[in-house]
Ligand binder design. Sequence first.
Ligand SMILES: Nc1ncnc2c1ncn2[C@@H]1O[C@H](COP(=O)(O)OP(=O)(O)OP(=O)(O)O)[C@@H](O)[C@H]1O
Ligand SMILES: [Mg+2]
Length: 309
Amino acid sequence: MPETTDTGPAEPLLEVTDLRKSFVTKRDVFGRAVAREDAVRGVSFTLPHGRTLGIVGETGAGKSTVGRLVLRLAEPDAGSVRLLGADVLSLSRRDLRRLRRRAQMIFQDPFASLDPRMLVGQTIGEPLLLHAGLKGAARTARVVELLGRVGLPAGTADRYPHEFSGGQLQRVAIARALASEPDLIVCDEPVAALDVSVQAQVLNLLLDLQAERGLSYLFISHDLSLVRSFAHEVAVMNHGEIVESGPGSELFGHPQHPYTKELVSAIPVTRPGRRRSAAVRRAAASIPAAPEPPVVRPVLSHVLEGDPS
Ligand SMILES: Nc1ncnc2c1ncn2[C@@H]1O[C@H](COP(=O)(O)OP(=O)(O)OP(=O)(O)O)[C@@H](O)[C@H]1O
Ligand SMILES: [Mg+2]
């Protein structure tokens, strides 16, 4: 694959330009499309190495579609996606498979995204075999290592998905994503289905992994408070377009676009001017002692520096 080399520091990990996608919403009796809906209408953004871009917006805004288009899980109608120096939309199937190894996705519902008939060890071991050719004891050892990294005991490998809670299973999904040593993880509402206390644990795990491995996240959510605390940059989507983007503190502190203003005004406020800190305090209060050793650190600290709360 000629182009998929590591990009230089100057080139972003991911560069999306004027991405477009419409879906057929109505067909005639011959199966011909008679009505289409524009789900993504000219979306552009860049994501640097080791950073998080949050995409927020209401249901139907096109957030998940953007995530899928970036990984070419759906085919765009137009636009370009440059990932790790490769032009994703012109790659052959074979080259795309290789690139996919470095770009993973985790979903809102791990029960639906993991195969219920596979033991957790098989689920995590599959990409190890496919991408790294690991077999036998070496593969088992790596599965155990990955489970440990996401805070699960080795015995987890011999159990089925239905034996776990949502939070535990989302950790399994993260371990599976990590197995292929990705550079990018598209996280589509990864904690939306979890209790608040478990949400904070999973988010902290993602932050730790980012710090350790220089991972980049495309973090899709409709929870503005959460995205504001988690993402370095935020893009607000409405009706298939990014209407405003920038660092969360600026975007939510001084929203310019009427739609962003509307979204921000809908964030629950405990005291005027303390929106962000309220959300973060809620998460912090629910954090049990150090989900991952060795160092207990403040929740979501990487974006809180300078926050007065
Ligand atoms: N496979 C598909 N076939 C037809 N229409 C689709 C398909 N996928 C998405 N859409 C439509 O595209 C629009 C954007 O959907 P998308 O799932 O990207 O929104 P979203 O912002 O992720 O919403 P949510 O917050 O509810 O997950 C919606 O109107 C949806 O109905
Ligand atoms: Mg979605």
